[in-house]
Design a protein around this ligand. Structure first.
Ligand SMILES: [Zn+2]
Length: 206
């Protein structure tokens, strides 16, 4: 347990000393920083309240007449707060963060690694994309259909993620985390396809 740098009282992982109220060295752990348990499912309203509350407490105006040490800590804490909020409010970034903290390797999904069950769909999609790029607008309806299918797959992936989040949060089961990683990779692949098709459809409509 650390002691307060100012008054020496033991600290219980609090950003402010319970005795002298001075700002302590901020933890870089997003969950601990926000006073949350490391859960994959988070209440977004609660997260937002914590963010606004800490933003107010860390406002630079409050530290103008404080010691250089506290001013330094307030800057570090503000940077961590902003990163933590950006990451934890997004279910994909949040899951990637937890995977990394739990020792999983989350390499970038390379776009050439097509998930095997999507090979045929992706092959047909690429043919339609080629036709459209070649100026054949008859490929457009087919592409719109494929687009709708891939958007639906992305929704399915999100539903699966919610289930796995709940499973991990209640059981702490690492197999659930491993499965989260698989679904995230698949989702990232689908997400890239969806943006590519969106771009082509917009370009060909112009
Ligand atoms: Zn203190």
């Amino acid at each position: 347990m650390e002691a307060c740098w100012q008054c020496g009282h033991p600290q219980h992982e609090s950003l402010f000393c319970q005795f002298c109220n001075s700002l302590q060295r901020p933890t870089p752990d997003y969950y601990r920083f926000l006073g949350l348990e490391r859960k994959l499912s988070l209440d977004s309203k609660d997260l937002q309240n914590r963010f606004y509350n800490l933003s107010r407490l860390l406002h630079p105006d409050r530290y103008l007449r404080r010691t250089p040490k506290e001013r330094q800590y307030s800057l570090e804490a503000t940077a961590i707060l902003n990163d933590a909020y950006r990451v934890l409010r997004d279910h994909v970034l949040r899951a990637e963060y937890v995977l990394k903290e739990e020792g999983f390797n989350i390499g970038e999904q390379r776009s050439e690694n097509v998930p095997p069950e999507l090979l045929e769909e992706v092959f047909e999609l690429n043919l339609a994309l080629e036709e459209l790029r070649g100026g054949d607008s008859s490929a457009r309806p087919q592409l719109c259909e494929a687009y709708a299918r891939f958007v639906a797959m992305q929704d399915e992936a999100d539903n699966r993620l919610s289930e796995l989040f709940r499973r991990y949060d209640t059981t702490g089961d690492r197999e659930a985390l491993a499965e989260v990683r698989g679904v995230l990779n698949r989702r990232k692949y689908i997400r890239n396809l969806v943006s590519e098709v969106e771009k082509e459809l917009a370009a060909s409509a112009a």
